[in-house]
Design a protein around this ligand. Structure first.
Ligand SMILES: Cc1ncc(COP(=O)(O)O)c(C=O)c1O
Length: 388
């Protein structure tokens, strides 16, 4: 008899368990963005992407509540049907303003945005060149598109240029895809060089700036982190990290956005973003716009941690400590939890095999004392990389 779904799942779970790659949910109460409770214990979290602590901020929460009162809890339908409540257009204007773009389109999530945008612009007969460490949803969108996909070495513009020279001419369109800030490594993509290569080889450049907005480039994201804005025609991002809400977006020229509204499948065939999420993101954008100095604080906190451990100066609030083996990463995470810190172990396939790690994220509200205690504890774990 054919294997049942249950037996299949059991077999797969056992195999993952044997490789220390099985994942499980753990109920975690977030009191605010820094303090959480897990298994009855209070912990200081250093693994949350709410970099500006806006998800629990009074102005953001009040805006979300008011939107529910005014427009209801859900959007009711796809935006092209009846789900286009007025907050969404307002949010798109605010996002376009932030990014210096003509227009923006909001999606149900960042993941959905990448699944929608990439196949809208490239397909069979086209070429995608994607950084090898790009986020899973960029790769998912690339695969879905049906284009030929080549992965270039991480942040290696020489490797990208080689692929462009060797392969570009055989394809109609070419899309270069990269994270703006790499989600598991915290480094920035070399956007000026990528933009120059895109121009030289008639390719389109698209960034996923999920971890850039609100925390690099004065809060405006990675294309603003290199001095004068680097022209990136397709700037994707999420509302779910520094903006403290939920949803995804792209900022681009008006006609690009109009084309996405009429062709991107997750935009057309999925319910519009809930009003509360749109209102919360709008309130967060106002806070960021009024207080750019706040946006620099998470990187300053990360820098204090790195200095204490002699790690390289961080480019973003994300600091990886690569331990290699899954079990080593899990053990280090447990030891930190015992000491009162929540730092989740990140394991393959989220990161490449052999690079399991602790991924620390810093927020505007972490205080110096907590950071110093965390650094002390990490040092005590006698992790070789920390002592380098
Ligand atoms: C680089 C990157 N892109 C996209 C996403 C997905 O965004 P969302 O959480 O809004 O689906 C994430 C989030 O995990 C991310 O880290």
């Amino acid at each position: 008899m054919a294997q049942s779904p249950t037996d299949y799942a059991k077999e797969k779970l056992a195999a993952l368990e044997a490789r220390a790659q099985r994942r499980a949910l753990q109920a975690t109460d977030r009191f605010d963005s820094v303090r959480v409770r897990r298994c009855g214990r209070e912990l200081i979290s250093f693994c949350c992407n709410d970099y500006l602590n806006l998800s629990a901020g009074a102005r953001v929460k009040d805006a979300a509540k008011a939107a529910i009162d005014r427009y209801g809890a859900g959007a009711g339908a796809s935006r092209l049907v009846t789900g286009d409540h007025p907050l969404l257009a307002e949010l798109e204007c605010a996002l376009a303003d932030l990014k210096g773009a003509e227009d923006a389109v909001v999606f149900g999530s960042g993941y959905l945005a990448n699944l929608g945008i990439i196949p809208t612009f490239v397909g069979e007969g086209d070429l995608i060149l994607v950084d090898e460490l790009a986020h899973a949803c960029i790769n998912a969108g690339a695969q879905l598109s049906g284009a030929t996909v080549i992965r270039f070495a991480h942040n290696d513009t020489g490797d990208l240029e080689r692929h462009l020279r060797e392969a570009r001419s055989a394809f109609a369109h070419c899309l270069i895809l990269t994270d703006g800030v790499f989600s598991m490594d915290g480094d920035l993509a070399p956007l000026p060089a990528l933009a120059a290569l895109a121009a030289e080889h008639e390719a389109w450049l698209m960034t996923d700036d999920a971890h850039g907005v609100g925390v690099v480039g004065g809060g405006r994201g990675s294309s603003f982190a290199f001095g004068p804005r680097v022209h990136v025609p397709l700037q994707m991002g999420t509302l779910s990290k520094a903006l403290g809400s939920y949803g995804g977006y792209i900022c681009a020229d008006r006609e690009v956005c109009n084309f996405i509204r009429t062709r991107a499948r997750p935009f057309i065939y999925s319910t519009g973003l809930p009003p509360a999420s749109a209102a919360a993101a709008l309130a967060a954008l106002k806070i960021i716009g009024a207080d750019p100095a706040l946006c620099d604080v998470p990187v300053q906190r990360a820098a204090a941690f790195c200095k204490a451990l002699n790690l390289p100066t961080p480019q973003s609030p994300i600091v990886p400590l690569i331990l290699g083996d899954e079990r080593a990463a899990l053990a280090a995470s447990l030891a930190l939890e015992d000491a009162g810190f929540l730092v989740t172990a990140i394991r393959p396939p989220t990161v490449p095999a052999g690079t399991a790690r602790l991924r620390f994220t810093f927020t505007a509200e972490h205080d110096d004392g907590d950071i110093a205690r965390l650094a002390e504890k990490v040092r005590e774990l006698t992790i070789p990389a920390a002592a380098e």
